[in-house]
Design a protein around this ligand. Structure first.
Ligand SMILES: C[S@@+](CC[C@H](N)C(=O)[O-])C[C@H]1O[C@@H](n2cnc3c(N)ncnc32)[C@H](O)[C@@H]1O
Length: 199
């Protein structure tokens, strides 16, 4: 897993790099670090109890074309519509402020606003729940700003954990999950490598 630190984003677009870097990784069910939690969980089953402690939810779920790749990587069969619709109804049930990044026409029927952002240089849609749209350009700027305002972020499609790690670096907390247990292993290694000290 030496190359993990050069792969901060779990993307379906960088397939060959991803496969060579994570194929030998052992999945990990759960990792806890000073009150932060990362665990293996399929979001199409709903959002478990752990997310109740979050004061903001932020996630970059797969886009429809990336779903097949992520299913192959995780060994779990999940459909784009099921996972996105479940996320939308669970955010509504939990009643927490949230931002979901996805493609145009994602089934986020409970979102209050839709706006534009850039993710890794590409245009994406931001779906806002119980929060006003932000006038920032990139998803990274949004996460860093949220980390100043909120105490604990929840990300249920966390990939390599970019969202929670940005909160952690600002002395805040995270709850994160992904249906691919290899991502949880990567997050553990990134945190141990970076030697983050939490306020
Ligand atoms: C675009 S990536 C997220 C990247 C992440 N923000 C990062 O910083 O690396 C989408 C993630 O959603 C995960 N995913 C896809 N379907 C899922 C499901 N049903 N439940 C949980 N995670 C899922 C994939 O494994 C992948 O890690």
């Amino acid at each position: 897993m030496k190359t993990v630190c050069h792969l901060p984003y779990h993307s379906a677009l960088k397939r060959s790099r991803e496969e060579s870097s994570t194929s030998e990784a052992q999945g990990l069910d759960r990792y806890e670090f000073r009150g932060n939690i990362a665990f293996q969980w399929d979001a199409s089953r709903g959002l478990p109890e752990e997310y109740k402690q979050c004061d903001f939810l932020y996630a970059e779920p797969p886009f429809r074309p990336g779903m097949k790749f992520f299913n192959e990587m995780s060994g779990i069969e999940s459909s784009y519509k099921d996972v996105l619709s479940t996320i939308d109804s669970e955010i509504h049930r939990l009643g927490k402020p949230a931002i979901i990044i996805n493609m145009k026409k994602a089934p986020m029927v409970h979102a209050d606003h839709v706006g534009d952002l850039e993710l890794n240089g590409d245009p994406v849609k931001a779906y806002y729940y119980q929060v006003e749209p932000v006038s920032l350009r990139t998803t990274v700027q949004v996460i860093n700003t949220l980390a100043k305002q909120y105490k604990c972020v929840g990300d249920f499609c966390c990939g390599f954990g970019g969202t929670g790690l940005r909160f952690l670096r600002q002395g805040k907390r995270f709850v994160m999950s992904d249906y691919n247990g290899k991502c949880i292993r990567v997050i553990k290694e990134l945190i141990e490598h970076e030697n983050i000290s939490q306020k």
